[in-house]
Ligand binder design. Structure first.
Ligand code: ATP
Ligand code: MG
Length: 367
C-alpha cells in the first residue's frame, strides 16, 4: 500500500496543498505549529474519514470556511482515487469518483498504522481506550469482527434495558432474558476468540521489537477477560450467578465489554511501574508488530505514520528505531529536528519543510 499524491483543500491550516510522496520514507519537518501533524492527519482522514485527535470533524475545516476536502491516489495492486469531503452537514466519501454510501465500506481500504504522542493513552488510560484501539486494529483485517462487535453492542443495550425493566417489575426469572444472555455470550465468545488470537499473534513479534529498540528483554502482553479459560456453559453459569448483581445495577456487569489488556515488562505492569520512555518504546514496539502482523495476514504492509516520535527519547533509542524502518513500508515521520536523519543512507527518501501551512522546500535524498 502506497499513497502517491495527496491534495488538501481548506483542511486545518492548509488553504490548498498538493503533494507527491516518496514510496519509502517521507520526512516532514518544521517549527512547532507549522502544520506537520495536520499534514499526516490529512493522510489519516483520507484513510479512516476521521481524525486521530479526539476532536469533532468540524475542527478539520480551515477557520472561516464551510467545508474541507482531502483526496489522494493510492496504489495497492491497482491505483485508486479516494476522497473525503467534510462539511458542516456531514461527510461524503468517494472511491474512483463513485460515492460510497456506508462509511464502514470505505474505511478498511487504506490500512494505516499510526504512532501519535497521545497513544501513550493505550497504556495509561482506562480499559475502554485499550478496547477501542484493539477493535480498530482487528477490524482493519477482519470486517466480520466489526459486524459482530456492533451486534454485541446492540444486544448489550437490550439486555441492560430489560434488566432495568425486570428490576422495576420485581421479577427474578425470564425466558426472554435467557435468550438475550445466550446471544450475548455467543457474540461475546466470537469477539473473545478474535481478540485472544490477535494479541497472541502480536506477541510473536512484540518482545523482539522491544528488545531491538530498548536493548532490554521481557515485554509481554496479557489479555484480561471474564471469558478467559471458560466454556460456554461455564460462562452462562457465571451470568446466572451474577443475576442479582446485574438486577441491582441495572446493567450487565460481566462480558467482553469489560475486557482489558496489560503490558508487562519483566512481569511488572508498565502502567504502574514503567517510565515514560519505557511506555513509549512498548507502544512503538506494538506498532511495528502490527505492521508485521498485517503483512503476514493480508500480504502487504499498511501505511506507517510516526508523529512526533522522537521527543523525549534518548539518542540510542532514536537510532535503534530508525534502524527498524524498512524500504518496503511507506513511512511518514514528523519532526522539528532533522539532525537524527543526517546519517540515514540505507534507502532514498524525501524531506518536506513546512511553514505556516505550506511546503516551502522539498528534496529527494539518496539514489
Ligand atoms: N481548523 C483550523 N483552521 C486554521 N488553522 C488551524 C485549524 N486547526 C489547527 N490550526 C492551526 O494549525 C497549527 C497546528 O498545526 P500542527 O498541529 O500541524 O502543528 P505541528 O507542526 O505538528 O506542530 P508541533 O511541532 O508543535 O507538533 C496551529 O497553528 C493551529 O492554530
Ligand atoms: Mg505536531
Amino acid at each position: 500500500m502506497k499513497i502517491e499524491t495527496l491534495k488538501l483543500i481548506h483542511f486545518r491550516n492548509y488553504e490548498k496543498l498538493e503533494v507527491t510522496f516518496h514510496p519509502t520514507l517521507n520526512l516532514i519537518y518544521g517549527k512547532n505549529g507549522s502544520g506537520k501533524t495536520n499534514l499526516v492527519e490529512g493522510i489519516y482522514v483520507l484513510a479512516l474519514t476521521r481524525s486521530f485527535r479526539l476532536v469533532g470533524d468540524k475542527t478539520l475545516i480551515l477557520d472561516g470556511k464551510e467545508a474541507c476536502k482531502v483526496s489522494g491516489s493510492v496504489v495497492n495492486r491497482s491505483k485508486s482515487m479516494f476522497s473525503v469531503l467534510i462539511s458542516k452537514d456531514g461527510k461524503k466519501v468517494k472511491v474512483d469518483n463513485n460515492s460510497v454510501a456506508k462509511i464502514s465500506d470505505y474505511i478498511a481500504k487504506i490500512p494505516i498504522v499510526l504512532f501519535h504522542p497521545d497513544d501513550l493513552r493505550f497504556i495509561k488510560d482506562t480499559p475502554s481506550t485499550r478496547r477501542k484501539t484493539l477493535n480498530i486494529s482487528i477490524s482493519l483485517m477482519n470486517l466480520e469482527y466489526l459486524k459482530v462487535l456492533n451486534q454485541y453492542k446492540v444486544l448489550l443495550k437490550q439486555r441492560n434495558a430489560y434488566l432495568k425493566q425486570m428490576a422495576i417489575n420485581g421479577r427474578l426469572t425470564s425466558d426472554y432474558l435467557s435468550v438475550l444472555t445466550e446471544k450475548l455470550v455467543d457474540t461475546g465468545m466470537y469477539l473473545y476468540q478474535k481478540r485472544k488470537k490477535y494479541l497472541e499473534d502480536i506477541s510473536k513479534y512484540l518482545n523482539e521489537f522491544y528488545k531491538r529498540i530498548s536493548t532490554v528483554d521481557g515485554l509481554k502482553l496479557e489479555y484480561i477477560s471474564d471469558y478467559s479459560k471458560r466454556s460456554r456453559d461455564e460462562i452462562l453459569e457465571m451470568y446466572e450467578k451474577n443475576l442479582q448483581k446485574d438486577l441491582s445495577f441495572g446493567k450487565t456487569n460481566l462480558g467482553v465489554h469489560t475486557d482489558d489488556l496489560r503490558f508487562l515488562l519483566k512481569e511488572k505492569d508498565l502502567k504502574e511501574y514503567g517510565s515514560e520512555g519505557q511506555q513509549k518504546n512498548a507502544i512503538i514496539a506494538y506498532k511495528f508488530s502490527e505492521l508485521e502482523l498485517f503483512k503476514e495476514k493480508m500480504g502487504s504492509y499498511p501505511l506507517f505514520i510516526l508523529d512526533d516520535l522522537f521527543s523525549e527519547l534518548d539518542e540510542e533509542k532514536v537510532t535503534n528505531i530508525l534502524g527498524l524502518l524498512s524500504s518496503q513500508i511507506q513511512t511518514f515521520i514528523t519532526t522539528t529536528d532533522l539532525k537524527h536523519f543526517l546519517t540515514l543512507d540505507r534507502f532514498p527518501y524525501k524531506s518536506f519543510l513546512i511553514d505556516k501551512g505550506r511546503i516551502v522546500e522539498e528534496k529527494v535524498h539518496g539514489r
